[in-house]
Ligand binder design. Sequence first.
Ligand SMILES: *Cc1c(COP(=O)(O)O)cnc(C)c1O
Length: 434
Amino acid sequence: MNYFSTRGAGPVNLDEALRSGIADDGGLFLPEQLPAFSINDFDSAESILDVASILLQPFFEDSALCGELHQIVAETFSFPIPTTALDAAGKDVSLLELYHGPTAAFKDVGAGFLAACLSRLEGDVNSPVTILVATSGDTGGAVAAAFDRRPGMRVAVLYPDGRVSERQEQQLCCWSENVLSLKVSGAFDDCQAMVKAALADDELAEKHRFSSANSINIGRLLPQSIYYADASLQHFRRTGNKPGFIIPTGNLGNGFACLMAREMGLPIGPVILATNSNRTIADFFETLEWLPRASLQTLASAMDVGDPSNMERLRKLLGEAEVLRERIGVATVNDEEIRSAIREDFEEFGIATCPHTATATYTWRQLDPDLVDSHDWILVATAHPAKFETIVEPLIGSTIALPPELEAILSRPARAVSIEANLASLAHALSDVG
Ligand SMILES: *Cc1c(COP(=O)(O)O)cnc(C)c1O
């Protein structure tokens, strides 16, 4: 399969798209054409691993990784992704639990898959690749966990000192020798600027064989389609209905993966993107004008995105706002509504939800009654509530038990190197260990 940039460059094969992350012309990679499936193509699939192998096969044609696809998939989906029914007074609604991975959030899936692919393509114990990642919290943990102990691969995580929560910091700093945790005396934007500067520095880039694992890599999107495929197939087999999905949305990677699965023929009904107060997508559908802006801080912090980069992919794949708004729903949920949804989820369903997941449960409760009755709904739970305990626990008046993954992380020793917010400090830290 060939891959092209949303801005025209290409073609490249999958391996090249995985290695480079972003296209030379600044665009994002998309497959030349999405494969088409019928539901029967998955008749033999008994597990999410089988679904993944069938769905991903065409994307891996003429990739050096083709023969290892099964193993890559097994490494990625090494934890359960259940859909659990919610007790909602006779309505068919359930929760897709994407938070059973090593850092208890859905980004573990994309990061794990990318790590499994890149370590096979690039790993060299004599000359390790260094993955640079700037993080404001969650992404860095998922990437570090995914590359932890992978031979020939090293990760440098840059995070802003004093601006991530205690539990988040632990998730960035508790890994093995091959993960370098860098506490930067600056803001997230400084961390991002340092990564950009390092990638653009030819001498450093050659010395450390830099690569990035940013959220726009096609290797993070492809595996995310799998859980939508698996959940929808299971639901369809059981009920004969195509479930609708409500997806907490920030940079639009997770939502795009669901829409891609629907385009490929999976039994998926309506798709609704739930955002926080960052209204860029909602305003686009309303005014037909794409007006990216600075992000607003909200309780659902991993969704604080004012310029969702995957919109460029969505416009290329489906069309402009007139088309998009006919085929996709969007809802915005403010902080007060997030709080009320967390309380109601606890009272009505007896579960704790994280602030991101709460944008989906809130949106479901606000749906037009006809839409609730005419479809079964799957609400996407993107992180475990114990990751956001300082927000959730006071609202529900009860403590949230730590899942085993987080407990393991919190009990490990942590270490970080403090550096100044400039390229020279970063270069020095990388050489000290390298
Ligand atoms: C990243 C993230 C999101 C947003 O996902 P996108 O793919 O950026 O739309 C939602 N919830 C959590 C917990 C996240 O970490």
